[in-house]
Design a protein around this ligand. Structure first.
Ligand SMILES: [Zn+2]
Length: 273
């Protein structure tokens, strides 16, 4: 599975969609209803994989009003909410002179990371309805861009996005935790670069099997077992020594000692579910 750093040169922020949707879900877990989908409105993304149709709730309502002012007209959306993963890609492309990106804010500093922005190439057609409903046209060098300027919004969305990524990373990498402080620094950027572009895979159930199960997930379970005082097994291979260590750990924790690493044992080991 491709890592974020491996898709920079592909010139397509849609390649980090899986990771972006996981980050948005985590944001809404940290702070319920912080971003809402507006895919149910009369809109169409020009690139459905690259565009996240998400806004803050008040911005969505103002957009609904603007659309109701022009019944029967579909609004084409070139860009809306960007996660830290997408902004990282754009910034990296800009810094490396790739993909024709002539300007991109540092991750955490784009006006598309607030959940209050949208771009439409049909700005002439829509400017009136949008401006009548709380959306400001940026004009000038970036004529496709509109910002919601009405009340009832939060100004910390980009911080929560960074914290959501950090928290997501920690859930999936319990042996390499980072501080979930919402600050985008070198530690966070290094983890973002190594994250799977399509998103973190759900954990598989591990057990002694034929052929033997192998992989990074097995190594993580072994490392967590060793931390808990139950060392054993060839690294990355679920062998009989690993099975013995799992059963001993389960017995010590009052779990069913069946050697199967599912949700209960993972939770007891402090690993992702
Ligand atoms: Zn824009």
């Amino acid at each position: 599975m491709a890592r974020v750093r491996e898709v920079i040169k592909e010139c397509n922020t849609g390649l980090v969609r899986g990771l972006s949707l996981q980050i948005i879900a985590e944001m809404n877990q940290l702070s319920p209803n912080i971003l809402v989908s507006f895919a149910d409105l009369n809109v169409q993304a020009t690139n459905p994989k690259a565009v996240n149709l998400f806004l803050q709730p008040m911005a969505k309502e103002a957009l609904r009003d603007a659309l109701e002012d022009r019944p029967g007209h579909k609004l084409r959306i070139n860009s809306a909410y960007r996660t830290i993963a997408q902004q990282y890609l754009l910034r990296a492309q800009f810094e490396k002179n790739l993909c024709g990106i002539t300007a991109a804010a540092r991750p955490g500093f784009s006006n598309h990371e607030d959940g209050l922005a949208l771009d439409t190439s049909d700005y002439n057609e829509w400017r009136g309805a949008l401006e009548a409903n709380g959306w400001d046209w940026l004009g000038g060098a970036d004529p496709v861009h509109f910002d919601y300027k009405g009340g009832g919004v939060r100004s910390d969305i980009s911080v929560i996005c960074i914290r959501a990524f950090q928290s997501l990373w920690n859930k999936h990498n319990p042996l390499d935790p980072i501080t979930a402080d919402g600050v985008y620094g070198p530690q966070t950027e290094a983890r973002l670069r190594e994250s799977p572009a399509e998103g973190f895979a759900a954990a598989r159930t591990l057990r002694l099997a034929e052929p033997q199960m192998r992989g990074e997930d097995v190594a993580k379970v072994q490392a967590a077992l060793a931390n808990a005082g139950f060392k054993g097994g060839k690294k990355g291979v679920f062998d009989t020594a690993t099975d013995t260590a799992v059963k001993a750990f389960q017995a010590a924790r009052g779990l069913v000692a069946d050697g199967i690493v599912g949700a209960g044992t993972r939770r007891a080991l402090g690993l992702q579910l």
